[in-house]
Structure formats: C-alpha cells, structure tokens
Ligand binder design. Structure first.
Ligand code: NDP
Length: 311
C-alpha cells in the first residue's frame, strides 16, 4: 500500500519540496504519495516545520514518525501533543553550509582580515603576521552533526581543535571534552570559540560573565547555534572590557534582531541574519526519504531526538 506523506512545512515551500520529495522517495524504493492535504488519520509520515499548518498532533493516529526540516528542534519538542518519534534535519547541505560559514569566520579572526579590509588608507605599515593555524586553539561547544563536521574541517586546515559534548567521543578526529571540567578546559584554551549546541534547559545561558572570564583575554566568539546560549549583557560587558575581542553572531534571543539592539552598532560585533546554514530541498528530501526507508525496514531513525534530553 502506498505511504501517505504529509508536507507540513511553511506555506509556499511545497512548490520547492514536493518534486524533490517525490523523486527522493521513489529513488529510495518507496511507493509514496506526498501532499499538503491528507486526512490526519491517513497520514503515515509528516515532513514538519513549526511554521506549517500542524500545531496539534493528536488527530494523526497512525503517524509513524515526524521528519523535521530544522536541525534545531527546541520549538518542536515544546509541543506536548507530539508523542511520535521525531528526527532532526541532518542533511549534507546543512552540514556543508555550516562548515563553510564557520570556516570563513574562524579564518577571518585567525588571520585578522579586518585590519586590511578597514585599513586602506594609503599607508604601508609593517604587518602583524598571524600564527599558523596549528598554533591557534579553537574550541567547539557541541560536536553533533554540525560541530563535528566543522571541527574536522578546521583540523584539516591545521587548527588545534577541541570539542565539548554531553558524552565523550573517540571518533571525532580531534580532542573530545565533556562534563563540567571539560567545559572549563574547552573555554580556557579557546582563542576562538564556536557555539554549535542545541537550545535546551541545560544549554541556555551557558555563556555568562563567569564562563567568558575563563577564556583567554582577547578571544573571539562565533555563535551559529542559538541566541539564548549566550547571556547578552555578559557578552556586551566582556566585549567592552576587551576580554572578548569580537563576537560574530548569527542567532539571537529575539529574531529578527530588533533595530535598537546594542549588537547592531557595537564595533566588535558582526551580526549575520540567521544565515549560517539552511535546509535545502534537494539534500533535505534525500535525508527524509532515507529516514522513512529506515523506519519501513524496522531500523531506528537517523538523528532521532531524545525526548528526555530534548535535542
Ligand atoms: P546535534 O544534536 O547533532 O548536536 C548537538 C551537540 O550538542 C552534541 O554534540 C551534543 O552532545 C551537544 N550537547 C547537547 N546538550 C549538551 C549539554 N548539555 N552539554 C554538552 N553538550 C551538549 O545538533 P546539530 O549539530 O545538528 O545542530 C546544532 C545546533 O545548530 C542546532 O540545535 C541549531 O540550534 C543550530 N543550527 C543553526 C543553524 C543556523 O543557520 N544558524 C542551522 C542549523 C542548526 P552529544 O554529542 O553528547 O549528544
């Protein structure tokens, strides 16, 4: 019998996603029908965004799994009507985009590129030669699908990378730290700190006056994770004091970032509008189809959200 796949993404996205999903499902060997309009009790799988048409999962009585188009699922796990297995988005496009964005911003700060972009004043000054990457310590908080890939790319460039995660890891290809002591070590060595943690009760305001003070003076913070990982007042104070040399921020507690927010005008802050990476229909459709095929074969979902940890 044909599988019924409900597309419950944001309005307007079905035109892009529909053909890619149909193709990817067929390519995965599945007989499936994808639509925005299927009676709830007949839906087998749901491709989901919180900005789509579904807010109550209760009527979806035969739903086998929910496939999120987003990697960050804090809004989805907050929905108490969702009891079915949930998978985050962990497609190759999202990963490649994040690796490119993180690498670019790490290299910007590592090489001091701003000095030359801003210093075109006709004066030839003796330049400061940056250290080689292997003499630059980068710490990545969060070594999941995105943090691990960024750490591996930075390691390939030679950076001295360590990652911090909830559980210790042996297969990252760079140093793995965990626990409260591991966090202290990760911060103490972080000339450049990259935040790629999910937003949970345990990670909210992880970056505070106290944790920023553990970092080397003049360090850089790069946050493509989630805005509330950082206590904004603490970061602004650390920037003003020079403890943090620059913060490159892609995500914010309130998005869009309000026009009067101090981050916009701060000379040591770079704001990017939540564009570090994006889910792309072609690679997302492949990931969704692969995951549905797994469930149909009795295998566990890839990137399954742990309901207890909420990521
Ligand atoms: P994953 O779930 O694959 O990885 C999360 C990582 O964080 C894991 O290493 C996990 O540890 C670690 N972690 C979670 N909780 C804790 C904790 N309490 N203490 C220590 N480590 C913890 O997520 P992704 O890599 O796919 O994505 C990370 C985040 O990036 C997303 O949640 C989202 O917020 C953000 N994002 C931002 C985008 C943008 O454009 N700005 C685009 C896409 C995602 P462990 O490995 O032990 O489980």
């Amino acid at each position: 019998m044909s599988l019924n796949i409900l597309f419950a993404g944001a309005p307007g996205k079905f035109a892009d996603y529909g053909p890619h999903l149909t193709h990817a499902l067929r390519h995965a060997g599945l007989d499936a029908h994808v639509s925005r309009d299927i009676a709830p009790e007949e839906v087998d799988y749901m491709v989901y965004e919180p900005t789509g048409q579904v807010s109550d999962f209760t009527p979806f009585t035969r739903l086998r799994a929910v496939l999120s188009l987003w990697a960050g699922v804090e809004d989805i796990v907050a929905n108490t009507t969702l009891t079915q297995p949930l998978a985050r988005m962990a497609d190759t496009g999202l990963r490649e985009g994040m690796v490119e964005w993180v690498t670019a911003h790490v290299l910007r700060h590592h090489l001091g590129i701003d000095t030359h972009i801003r210093g075109q004043d006709g004066q030839w000054r003796a330049g400061v030669i940056p250290p080689l990457a292997r003499h630059r310590s980068v710490s990545i908080l969060g070594t999941g699908a995105l943090g691990a890939a960024c750490g591996q790319a930075l390691s390939r460039l030679g950076f001295d990378v360590a990652g911090w995660s909830r559980r210790p890891k042996s297969d990252l290809g760079f140093a793995s730290l965990s626990g409260a002591e591991g966090l202290k070590k990760a911060l103490a060595r972080a000339e450049i700190l990259v935040l790629l943690l999910p937003l949970t009760a345990k990670t909210t305001h992880l970056i505070t006056t106290e944790t920023l003070a553990l970092m080397p003076s003049g360090a850089f913070v790069i946050n493509p994770g989630r805005g509330p990982l950082i206590d904004d007042d603490a970061l602004l104070a650390a920037l003003d004091a020079g403890q943090i040399a620059h913060a490159t921020l892609d995500v914010f507690a309130t998005e869009p970032l309000p026009p009067d927010h101090p981050y916009w005008a701060h000379p040591r802050v770079t704001v990017t509008p939540h564009i570090a990476s994006a889910t792309r229909p072609d690679t997302a459709a492949e990931f969704v189809a692969r995951n549905i095929a797994r469930v149909e074969k009795g295998l566990p979902l890839l990137a399954q959200v742990d309901p207890a940890e909420k990521y």
